[in-house]
Design a protein around this ligand. Structure first.
Ligand code: SAM
Length: 277
């Protein structure tokens, strides 16, 4: 039987582990997050038969098998909170203004990146909103969801959700695009096939070669986990990877202030979109 008690992490172990997490994800953990690490990793340490973080860190760094454990570590420490039609005003602006304008400019195909898509609610909300506005009949749309966490990517690909993912979503939309089976909501195939998912690290330049140039990027509620230099790197990748014109939506508590001067700001009713060109 696997033990489940909390294994305490010493300060010096915490800093070493935080360095490893940073190196592989860009996520910054400060010492006040010790409890989070202990809560999320103790079970794993028991499973691997480690009684201290010192041994676990040594294993991660120097054992050949430790390399694949890094992904498990990242999966356990990321915060994956998300829900359908989060910050709805941005999705409305996308389908009411941004995409129609691109179509008017003669665009034949449009690529939208949901960067840090977690379990898929964000890219699928975009797909549903585009479908509802019948924009999918006017232009070829390619939606890509990327996240560093392989577990959330798997859930996104399955497209099976619980009611907690639908805070305040119109019940008509739920019954139109989901089939209820006991406690599960199964996303319809027509929406599922509009989105493709890939695992990737937003700080990694090579990821953007795989994605190709985009017209719109949603990157919401992830920059808050990065330090200023990492934020700058990620935003620079976005800028280089956007077509002209290109549009970047950030989370409501996030801004490009002090990060990048190349974007113009476009205000709309409920927020700001950053525009290239
Ligand atoms: C709070 S969720 C945001 C989900 C969604 N964008 C939203 O706003 O509802 C943050 C996501 O960022 C992902 N993440 C963290 N660091 C990342 C990185 N370096 N590259 C890609 N995804 C990352 C996490 O795995 C997590 O799923």
């Amino acid at each position: 039987m696997i033990q489940t008690g909390i294994i305490k992490i010493k300060d010096e172990e915490f800093f070493e582990l935080a360095d490893l997490i940073f190196k592989h994800s860009g996520i910054t953990f400060t010492i006040n997050k010790k409890y989070l690490i202990e809560n999320r990793l103790s079970r794993l340490l028991h499973e691997l038969n480690f009684t201290s973080y010192k041994d676990y860190i040594y294993y991660l760094k120097y054992n050949i098998k430790g390399k694949s454990e890094i992904q498990r570590l990242i999966n356990l420490v990321t915060i994956n909170e998300t829900y359908f039609f989060r910050e709805r005003g941005q999705i409305d602006y996308l389908v009411e203004k941004v995409i129609p304008d691109l179509i008017l400019k003669g665009k034949r195909s449009i690529k939208i990146l949901s960067a840090a898509c977690s379990t898929g609610e964000e890219p699928y909300s975009i797909a549903i909103a585009l479908k509802e506005k019948k924009l999918t009949e006017k232009v070829r749309i390619d939606i890509i969801g990327v996240d560093i966490n392989t577990d959330v990517i798997k859930t996104a690909q399955e497209g099976i959700y619980r009611s907690v993912s639908f805070r305040g979503v119109n019940p008509q939309i739920i019954s139109k695009y989901f089939k209820k089976e006991e406690l599960n909501y199964l996303l319809s195939d027509e929406i599922k096939k509009m989105v493709r998912f890939m695992q990737g690290n937003l700080t990694d330049k090579l990821l953007y070669l795989k994605i190709g140039k985009c017209d719109v990027i949603f990157c919401r509620n992830v920059l808050i986990y990065f330090d200023i230099d990492t934020k700058k790197v990620v935003i620079e990748h976005f800028y280089n990877n956007l077509n002209t014109p290109g549009f970047l939506f950030l989370g409501h508590s996030e801004t490009l202030n002090r990060l990048n001067n190349n974007f113009e700001m476009e205000n709309f009713k409920t927020g700001i979109v950053y525009k290239k060109g």
